[in-house]
Design a protein around this ligand. Structure first.
Ligand SMILES: [Zn+2]
Ligand SMILES: [Zn+2]
Ligand SMILES: [Zn+2]
Length: 288
């Protein structure tokens, strides 16, 4: 059967007679052979739309969604989904194309579409670019959150070292004894290196040495987050609280933002850890 004989409003190159047979069988029995569905799913989709058989349209869409959509037919499927008002299928096709863009953009279907419907090509390229930048933003957010979590862990380890005294470092045991492992605080080891450096560095002024500068920042961050500066054992806690009184508006905004991000990162992890266990982050003294 030629498409132009029966379906004057939709121009398709042709519908094989076997596809029409499958279609008619479905009309009478709601049954179909899997093999026929596999071969003629796109023809059946068009027929279901043209002759208003929503149940068949649903069946075709489901089969495409669950395995019949391929790198080779997805461009045709997308164009037909648009013609047949199958919006869910349309979205599935776009997602499939975006996820497999590299292979699909070299397929025959893509080459034909580029010539016949350059506007669609442009639209799909925009989807790909958009998805790519979303992916990059997500990676950036994850990396940022990792750094804020490292800072939170560093704050906890700092309190632990100054308040309880770590078994490797702190008021009760300043020298690391041979054979002793690091304690269970995830950031303790990184902080230990930093504190050891800080206590022996000759430069020791903010901005004078990268490691010392980081230590100053950590101590200031602690002070910003500390609610008990009068009884706090963390060095310079009170000093920074005093210094805060003369801070510029710009500094205040900067530090408040950092504190809120550190707290937010921790809150996110806490809520996520209800669903899955998350690994600890050791503080990396070369980041932030
Ligand atoms: Zn420790
Ligand atoms: Zn230093
Ligand atoms: Zn404090």
């Amino acid at each position: 059967m030629r498409a132009k004989d029966r379906i004057p409003c939709i121009r398709i190159p042709g519908v094989p007679s076997e596809a029409v047979r499958t279609f008619v069988r479905f009309l009478y029995s709601s049954c179909y052979e899997k093999e026929a569905m596999k071969r003629f799913v796109l023809h059946l989709l068009v027929l279901s739309h043209t002759f208003s058989v929503p149940s068949l349209k649903r069946v075709c869409s489901e089969h495409l969604e669950h395995g019949l959509l391929t790198m080779e037919n997805v461009i045709d499927a997308l164009q037909l989904a648009r013609m047949c008002d199958a919006s869910r299928l349309e979205l599935l096709c776009i997602r499939f194309i975006v996820n497999n863009f590299k292979s699909i953009s070299t397929s025959e279907g893509w080459k034909v579409m580029r010539k016949t419907d350059p506007q669609l090509e442009q639209e799909l390229l925009e989807y790909v670019v958009e998805a790519d930048s979303r992916k990059q933003e997500k990676t950036k957010r994850i990396e940022e959150r990792k750094i804020y979590l490292q800072l939170y862990d560093a704050m906890e380890a700092l309190m632990h070292i100054c308040k309880d005294g770590c078994r490797n470092i702190g008021p009760h045991d300043k020298v690391l004894k041979g054979g002793e492992g690091a304690c269970n605080f995830p950031a303790c080891k990184g902080l230990e290196l930093l504190v050891r450096h800080f206590s022996s560095c000759k430069v020791r002024v903010p901005g004078g040495c990268t490691h010392c500068k980081r230590m100053w920042q950590l101590l200031e961050l602690h002070s910003r987050m500390c609610g008990e500066p009068d009884v706090c054992k963390v060095p310079l806690c009170k000093h920074f609280k005093e210094k805060m009184k003369q801070q510029s508006k710009k500094d205040e905004v900067k530090w408040n933002l950092l504190v809120s991000k550190v707290m937010a990162a921790k809150a996110t992890v806490n809520s996520l850890s209800k669903f899955k266990a998350s690994g600890p982050y050791g503080i990396n003294i070369n980041t932030w």
